[in-house]
Design a protein around this ligand. Structure first.
Ligand SMILES: C=C(O[C@@H]1C=C(C(=O)O)C=C[C@H]1O)C(=O)O
Length: 396
């Protein structure tokens, strides 16, 4: 099992499992926080480096919804880290040898509908638009997603996906936690001592033949629909984070983040925590801000129940917080987007009838507002599925 959180060649990679928590439900954040604090209280740490991410680190991935969905924290046996030119290695107990097997290719990839096909997704979008228009301005945004299943002819090696994602999406956070593998451009929260940071994304455009990226970016910045979608997301994060902060800086207008497959409106929020460490450990802060309107909707309490009703699928850990936390409550949590959940690494073995391939469930979604057009929303999620599809297929 791979554990990873890497951006621009920096971050953390872990292997082995020294301890693990599986939890679920509305208390998943508090369970995770309590377990992690207790565990760290029992570990004698010898740390000569002293940077965030040194000493014991748990990789974590939490379910999007209170239910269904399982959440997980893993303390690896070995963690390697790199930050600002400093490299370190942390071992917990009797560290195992690293897995030095060559990376395997997944063979041919074929796709089939998941629980919500793209036609069913189009219908769900149409229904969300109808409900929003009928609500007379009450319900303003709902983020809907759909899934796609990829089957590989050979066993699935997570490292193959990670390499390909990191090569093409170097400015995203390439992650792997318990079989959820992806490259997210969205940072839910980073905490480093008193400092907190977030990168909020919402509002999307994608490349069109005959149009330059500059033209598309200018149009995105000018689009009232995308600006309103974005404002809901940035406001929801700022509003929930503000009570923990003595200072919070939220740019008044978004910038454009350019990725290979899509362009997003982006707001980088920075704050100073009023109180540390106890009331504002990263998991506690994440519980307060999740789900932002980037992956939930506005108002949250109306949008979130509607998501499960309209999608009719279990998002699992897609769109939930994913990343790492250290013993001091520092860490980085992204939003698990542009990712796939590995459901089966290989069918080789007992009862497999000779088949040897893997299966991964890919997810992608988009914010729906009253003036969303269903066909464009379908095109948007197809563009957002590209990173994992291309990584699986090894497209250069
Ligand atoms: C929901 C996803 O992306 C989110 C939705 C966006 C949008 O609606 O424009 C943009 C970025 C993300 O916050 C996804 O990638 O699955």
């Amino acid at each position: 099992m791979s554990l990873s959180w890497v951006r621009e060649g920096q971050g953390l990679v872990g292997w082995g499992c020294a301890a693990r928590l599986d939890t679920s439900g509305a208390d998943r954040f508090t369970d995770a926080d309590a377990w992690w604090r207790q565990l760290c209280g029992h570990i004698d740490v010898d740390d000569a480096v002293g940077l965030p991410g040194c000493g014991p680190v748990a990789f974590t991935s939490l379910a999007f919804a209170d239910r269904p969905g399982d959440s997980v924290l893993v303390l690896p046996e070995v963690i390697t880290g790199e930050r600002d030119g400093v490299r370190w290695i942390t071992t917990i107990g009797d560290a195992p040898e690293p897995d030095l097997e060559p990376v395997r290719q997944p063979g041919t990839v074929s796709y089939s509908d998941g629980r919500l096909s793209s036609t069913a997704y189009r219908q769900a979008v149409t229904e969300a638009v109808r409900l929003m228009r009928e609500s007379g301005g009450e319900l303003r945004k709902v983020v809907l997603a759909h899934d796609l299943v990829a089957n590989t002819s050979e066993p699935l090696d997570e490292r193959f996906l990670l390499h390909n994602l990191a090569a093409r999406y170097a400015n995203c956070w390439t992650f792997a936690v318990d079989g959820l593998v992806g490259a997210t451009p969205e940072l839910l929260l980073e905490r480093r001592g008193y400092e907190v940071r977030s990168r909020v994304l919402a509002g999307t455009a994608w490349p069109h033949p005959g149009r330059t990226d500059d033209e598309i970016a200018a149009e995105l910045l000018d689009s009232a629909k995308n600006r309103s979608e974005h404002a809901y997301a940035a406001e929801s994060l700022a509003e929930k984070l503000r009570p923990f902060c003595s200072e919070l800086s939220v740019p008044t207008s978004p910038s454009v983040l350019r990725l290979r497959n899509v362009l997003h409106l982006a707001t980088d929020v920075e704050g100073k925590l009023a109180d540390t460490p106890d009331g504002s450990g990263l998991l506690h802060l994440a519980e307060a801000v999740h789900p932002t309107a980037a992956v939930g909707g506005t108002p949250t309490e109306d949008a979130v129940p509607l998501i499960s009703e309209l999608e009719g699928m279990d998002r699992g850990r897609y769109a939930g917080p994913v990343g790492w936390i250290d013993g001091a409550g520092n860490g980085e949590l992204g939003i698990a987007l542009r990712c796939g959940q590995i459901e089966q690494q290989s069918t080789a073995g007992a009862g497999s009838g000779g088949a040897r391939g893997g299966r991964v469930r890919l997810f992608a979604g988009g914010g729906i507002v009253p003036d969303s057009e269903p066909d464009l929303e379908v095109a948007e999620v197809e563009a957002k599925l590209l990173p994992v599809r291309e990584a699986l297929e090894g497209v250069r």
